[in-house]
Write a protein that binds this ligand. Structure first.
Ligand code: ZN
Length: 116
């Protein structure tokens, strides 16, 4: 490979890395926003319980809290999906045991899991 080819390759590798960083930052910002949504729902749960305490009427609170909790579960699911995207951008994948490995790994170095 000529000197200029090497320089070109180095530059495109740097550009790819920079693009990767931009994408990961975007995904992480997205996760932060979703975590803030969850915090808001936690607050609503607290308010809902306290309002029931004040009125002495707890008949609605169970249904309300269940709805809020389902909302949180939904957002947590979305966060997991974004985390998968981050590992994909990094050219990594997560094993069933939780270890993060390079995408083309065939066997997990931690648990020996065979990727298909
Ligand atoms: Zn494993």
């Amino acid at each position: 490979m000529s000197f200029f080819d090497k320089v070109k390759q180095g530059a495109s590798e740097a550009a790819r890395k920079a693009q990767q960083t931009v994408e990961i930052t975007k995904h992480k910002t997205h996760i932060s926003l979703k975590e803030r949504e969850i915090d808001k729902i936690y607050k609503l749960i607290g308010e809902s319980v306290y309002t029931s305490y004040l009125s002495g009427d707890y008949s609605q609170v169970e249904a309300n809290v269940k709805d809020y909790c389902q909302g949180i579960a939904q957002i947590n699911q979305e966060i997991s999906e974004i985390e998968v995207k981050i590992t994909e951008v990094r050219n990594e994948k997560e094993c069933v045991c939780g270890k993060v490995v390079v995408a083309d790994t065939k066997f997990c170095s931690s648990c020996g899991h065979h990727f298909v």
